[in-house]
Design a protein around this ligand. Structure first.
Ligand code: CMC
Length: 438
């Protein structure tokens, strides 16, 4: 009889307190790929110490099977498939299925999923009136935070997070309705009537149709634009535990409903260090205005006394290349060629990239163009105003957020997220009555 192999010994990491000389062995966990992690869950119990990592530069906040990033090599994979393969061969809805359910769908599974999504594209008619409470010049992300949070006031029948069917319906509703809400936000901002979804169109085609069709004339789908839109959605679908995804997970860990959690993700995405950067890139390129002014802006980006940064450059995780930016650079050429647009912004962007990549400051700090660098040029060519760029990011990322949320809720060990802190305020002191305060 074959002998049973002995279980591999648990890997550990020993931490020694230099003051007391006491040591503690901490378990080391291995993922499928990527660096091992030191399990510090028992650290406080065993040593009375917390860890300190305010911006999470060395902290794994959860286990996840969705997305893998190798920042040194510039690799991004969803469920084991590289982003290059997915943008080449897949579609956004298929990637959504992959993220949500774990594997690529069979034709039958895909047809059923597509049906479920298209079946949910319309929003409750009352939501139309909700929009009217907003100023027409409101930033579209402000409107999105409000209306997406408001969905929990409309869809009471899918709020029980412990019911798998309700969780699934909420996920389908969010993926299906966010494009409708995003398009309504755009139409509201320009004073045009809302355009109802058309379920005979693909996900990307329908979105372009809801944004750009007018009741007065027929709308013709441009397949090059629809294809580029779909690629942009795939490239933004998920990106493991970034700020907005971590926000969604933290909100969800308290058992908040999924619509409220996604609204919290939208709020976090809005910031210019995160999704808000795509709007900032175009505004920066506009401000630079011509190739001869690039050196002036490079100088400002390097000046520590100037808060200006090259928007669309740098990434917390990617230290070599952002694979999403490379796909987008190619897509920008395709779209501009098809539309016959000679956008001077693209020339400025290319030259900025060329100069920055040769500059010691950017080389030393490993600053490369990120996903936001080229996306804005494509979106502008399609006809979107800069204020809508981050909304489009949120639309695509909703798939990642809700998949991560679902994964977390389905984890048997779910507990509320509750970080601790390094307190640096005053120690205990006696209360002084107001008359005696100096
Ligand atoms: N321009 C000039 N200098 C930069 C830039 C930049 N875009 N990004 C980082 N640096 C410098 C920074 O000043 C610092 O220099 P030093 O070591 O001399 O103090 C060094 O590089 C490290 O920067 P950091 O701020 O500590 O890096 P981080 O990992 O905390 O921030 C980042 C990452 C993406 C927020 C940052 O690179 C940045 O602000 N980039 C511009 C905004 C942007 O494009 N954001 C989109 C990110 S990708 C999509 C998304 O996540 O939504």
């Amino acid at each position: 009889m074959a002998k049973e192999k002995p279980a591999p010994a648990q890997k550990t990491f020993t931490l020694t307190n230099d003051q007391t000389g006491k040591s503690v062995k901490l378990p080391v966990l291995d993922g499928t790929i990527g660096p091992p992690v030191i399990d510090v869950r028992k650290l406080y119990e065993e040593t009375g110490h917390f860890t300190f990592d305010p911006s999470f530069t060395a902290t794994g906040s959860c286990k996840s099977r969705l997305t893998y990033i190798d920042g040194e090599e510039g690799i991004l994979m969803h469920r084991g498939y590289t982003i290059e393969e997915l943008t080449k061969h897949s579609s956004f809805l298929e990637v959504a299925y992959l993220l949500l359910y774990g594997d690529l769908p069979t034709q039958k599974e895909f047809d059923a999923f597509e049906h479920n999504i298209t079946y949910h594209t319309m929003v409750h008619e009352q939501i139309n009136y909700f929009y009217r409470g907003f100023r027409r010049d409101a930033h579209p992300m402000a409107v999105m935070c409000g209306v997406v949070g408001g969905l929990s006031a409309f869809y009471h029948d899918s709020l029980d997070i412990w019911d798998p069917k309700q969780r699934e319906i909420s996920a389908h509703r969010l993926i299906a309705k966010i494009p409708t809400l995003a398009a309504m936000t755009y139409k509201y901002s320009i004073g045009q009537p809302f355009v109802y979804p058309r379920n005979d169109l693909s996900f990307a085609e329908n979105f372009l149709y809801m944004c750009f069709a007018l009741p007065a004339e027929p709308y013709k789908i441009n397949p090059v634009l629809a294809n580029a839109m779909d690629k942009i959605f795939i490239l933004h679908a998920d990106h493991e535990q970034n700020a907005s995804t971590s926000t969604v997970r933290l909100a969800g860990s308290s058992q908040a409903n999924p619509f409220a959690c996604i609204a919290s993700g939208i709020a976090s995405l809005w910031g210019k260090s995160h999704g808000g950067a795509n709007q900032e890139v175009l505004e920066m390129l506009d401000e630079i205005g011509s190739i001869d002014r690039i050196p002036e802006f490079i100088k400002r980006a390097k000046d520590k006394n100037d808060p200006f940064r090259l928007m669309g450059f740098g990434h917390r995780v990617y230290k070599n290349r952002d694979p999403r930016a490379e796909v987008l650079k190619g897509a920008a050429d395709e779209v501009l060629d098809d539309l016959g647009i000679d956008d001077p912004m693209l020339d400025i962007a290319r030259e900025l990239e060329r100069i920055a990549l040769q500059d010691e400051y950017f080389i030393e700090r490993k600053l490369f163009p990120n996903v936001d660098f080229y996306s804005g040029i494509i979106l502008r060519a399609m006809g979107f105003p800069t204020s809508m760029f981050t909304v489009l990011f949120a639309l695509a990322r909703t798939v990642g957020w809700i998949s991560q949320w679902k994964e977390m809720i389905e984890e048997p060990s779910l507990r509320i997220g509750r970080p601790r802190q390094l307190y640096t305020g005053p120690a205990q002191r006696p209360y002084v009555p107001i008359a005696k305060r100096k």
